[in-house]
Design a protein around this ligand. Structure first.
Ligand code: FAD
Ligand code: SF4
Length: 318
């Protein structure tokens, strides 16, 4: 690990100012992703700004009936919150499908949204990787790409977005609330928050230097039957090969979001529109434009089968 300096921020404004003014500064929350990357020297911050003591660890009701989740709310606390379990069960289930109990106790809402890909070549510093070292090439394109993305990919990068939580938040049309170094706040629809790789896979979100996530806002509950189905290589402590978040309304409508297959949490309106025609039709709509490799072509069939399982779960609950 490279040497770095450390400060414990005392206000959100001061944290954002410090991050914008010190070259190479990074926020640290639970540290469950950042510290691993620092040990491998994939991330080499010069200065760490600890954001754990800023009072951003509360879950509050909003005036229009939604919930505001502080950026420092731990994944365990969010999954267990009575209001989340009752009104946003898909989010609670997605969180509990991620990582392990110990990790969820540390991992935060903001850090989870910004966790980096699990592409094996991103972690192997002997291999080329455009995301880790822009312009160096992509080891995965001609390598082992079984776990990687099939939607939203580019010639520069086919890495998948790893978060389970973000898939449920995408389904629920959440917004990411931020503050920049000048104290200006903005609310970014989660659909616009993560970027596709294009020619610049190192740029993963629309956050500006120094901009800090303060909370994530969920709109008012949408009701319905909530399902989160995650398919992975072992029953726990593994990232999704494919995951499906779904909410089924009483009137036959449904909405779907997907993990493990997209360069960002994936949702398309055409898939929602196909809900009445069953799993195969939803899969076809969701997979429009999919670009697979020899190793990950199986994900197309897996999406359809996972959706079939999701429909069965909905029927069982009804
Ligand atoms: C073995 C293992 C298995 C895992 N399995 C899963 C899984 O199955 N599913 C899943 O979804 N996740 C999984 N994870 C990932 C885990 O969920 C993330 O590591 C965690 O959510 C990151 O949160 P953190 O608070 O620890 O982030 P940190 O490591 O502290 O930070 C991550 C990034 O976010 C930035 N950051 C943090 N907070 C803020 C903020 N408020 N504003 C702006 N930037 C911020 C940091 O600068 C850093 O770049 C796994 C992790 C491990 C180690
Ligand atoms: S897929 Fe992306 S993260 Fe993986 S090696 Fe290629 S450029 Fe790097």
């Amino acid at each position: 690990m490279k040497a770095f300096t450390y400060e414990r921020a005392t206000s959100v404004e001061a944290a954002a100012r410090a991050a914008a003014s010190v070259q190479g500064a990074r926020f640290i929350a639970g540290g469950t992703n950042l510290l691993d990357l620092m040990k491998l020297q994939i991330e080499t911050p010069t200065h760490l700004i600890d954001v754990n003591h800023l009072g951003l660890d509360r879950i509050e009701e909003t005036p229009d009936g939604g919930l505001r989740i502080g950026a420092l709310v731990r994944n365990t606390d969010l999954a267990a919150d009575r209001r989340v379990r009752r009104d946003y069960a898909v989010l609670s289930r997605a969180l509990l499908a991620g990582a392990s109990g110990q990790l969820r106790n540390k991992a935060t809402t903001g850090g989870n949204l910004l966790q980096r890909t699990r592409c094996p070549y991103f972690y192997d510093t002997r291999m080329p990787c455009n995301k880790r070292q822009p312009g160096s090439g992509c080891g995965a394109l001609q390598g082992m790409s079984r776990s990687l993305a099939i939607l939203g990919v580019s010639d520069a990068c086919i890495a998948q977005h790893p978060s389970d939580m973000a898939v449920a938040m995408r389904l629920l049309d959440s917004a990411v609330d931020t503050m920049d170094a000048n104290g200006a706040r903005r609310s970014i629809p989660i659909a616009d928050f993560h970027l596709l790789p294009g020619d610049t896979p190192q740029q993963e979100t629309v956050l500006k230097p120094g901009e800090i996530i303060t909370s994530v806002t969920l709109p008012r509950p949408i009701g319905g039957t909530h399902v989160y189905r995650k398919v992975r290589d072992r029953a726990s402590y593994a990232f999704a090969l494919v995951s499906v978040a779904a909410v089924f309304g009483k009137d036959g409508t449904a909405r779907f979001a997907f993990g493990g297959i997209g360069a960002k949490p994936w949702r398309v309106e055409a898939a929602d529109a196909a809900a009445g025609r069953g799993a195969k039709a939803v899969a076809e709509a969701a997979l429009a434009g999919a670009r697979t490799t020899h190793h990950n072509d199986f994900k197309k069939m897996l999406v359809e089968r996972t959706l079939a399982s999701v429909y069965r779960q909905r029927e069982a609950r009804a």
